[in-house]
Design a protein around this ligand. Sequence first.
Ligand code: MN3
Length: 508
Amino acid sequence: MEHIQEQVNKIEKQIVHEQKKEQVRELLQEGKKIGIEKLPYSYSAVKRFIDSETMNVHYNKHYKGYVDKLNAMLKKRKGDHDLEKIITNISRYPKGVRDNAGGAFNHALFWNMLSPTQQRPSKDLVVQIKKDFGSYEKFKKNFEDIAMQRFGSGWIWLVLTNKGTLKIMSTPNQDNPLMNIIEGGGYPILGLDLWEHAYYLRYKNKRNEYINNFWTVVNWDFVQKMYELKTETKLLESKQMGLLLKETKVEHCSRADIEFFRNLFNVNVQARNTYKNTINDTLKKVFSDKYHDKKENGEIPGIYYLEKPGRSVINFLNTNYSAFCIIMKDVNQRLADIEGEELISFTDKTPGEQQIEMKRFANWIEKLGKGIFDTNGETFQGVIKVLTEKDKVGSRREKSALKTLKESLPDVKVIGVSGAGKSIDAEKKIDAYIVIEGNKKTAQIKGFAEILEQNGKLIVTKTGEVAKYNVDLMVFVKGNKVAVFENNGEIVMGNYVFNKKSLLYDLR
Ligand code: MN3
């Protein structure tokens, strides 16, 4: 009986666990939804332009319908959703998303472009309008003519081009000038809905009257704000490189972050190699005056005399997960200021997608190298700190391994190879020589967490960089615990796996 009760308890626990997981999933989903833009006035507030019944149906049925349908479509897609980013990257999405994201975005803008009080365009705007259209009257006429020419459903827009000029354009259906599939688009600062649902109840087929009345409700304050904001952004974009070279604050990485990257590196070898090569090339470029490729006095190629005399710890950057995390956060802080650029992220991605993402990351590292590795910057300092710490831990580990081996195995002679930069260590990755029964063997020394037994094999976990080394022995060290394996294991899912008989010395 007790046995059955135990099983029931177990199953119940499992059910509760699953339910909680589902609740969390739903909450997360809710947070990712595209929101409804609040109507900034009552349904009757702009009645000199449109009646309250049309406004009510337009807002509650048409607009909310687009948002709901869009959210239903996005629910199946991974990642966070930002409406403007979807619009500016619309070519990546199916037609249904294009229609509904357009509907959601266009109307959210449109509600704000109408004002209960009558307004005039600002001086700034009138100056720019005169420049681009000759006069304010000509601009209005032009806008009305193009609106009348729109066949079927669509929108008419005043857009700010990336040259800083204004132009009028019309888009079909729910397309928006910001969509990356629209040729000659720009940033919409004023727009008018030309769908029949927007006016038919009151104006019937007299679209021209609807368009004429639009001028009585234009929220020129909002248009001015959009104009300023986007003119400002354009200015910033033109100084993009300057912006990218801004100082960033070093963001600390959690243990979970670092463990995630350790796993990414050790499982996705192609992504790891992309990163390694990029780091090597970038460091070589940024510190070209400190890079030595000649082998002198047993030194190996690399960066010297950077943060200290001798070989720099920055040469270890290409394999360190904590430093990887710092650099990724630095790049993301810079990317956050670039419109339409998504942040680098490797979570929720297939190995293939991770490789593509790593290439995108690599491109940015190359472009931003000077900013990331600015020796006065926090990122550089953070990276050096992490790598110096790792270097210290590494040599402490080596010393402790050699000490334990010597003490526990008096028959075995151990010779340490110390000093990063000595070619024998850094090139061939030899940390020590161990002489067993007169045979001198090369050894690589690594940290580890546990050695697990599974199906007659031994799995060594969390050993830092998991790679094939051209040495005879693999030595794993944790405090004063040491395990020495013959180097004939396999790498499986980012862990070393050995046959039991490969374990030569077990000092755990
Ligand atoms: Mn509409």
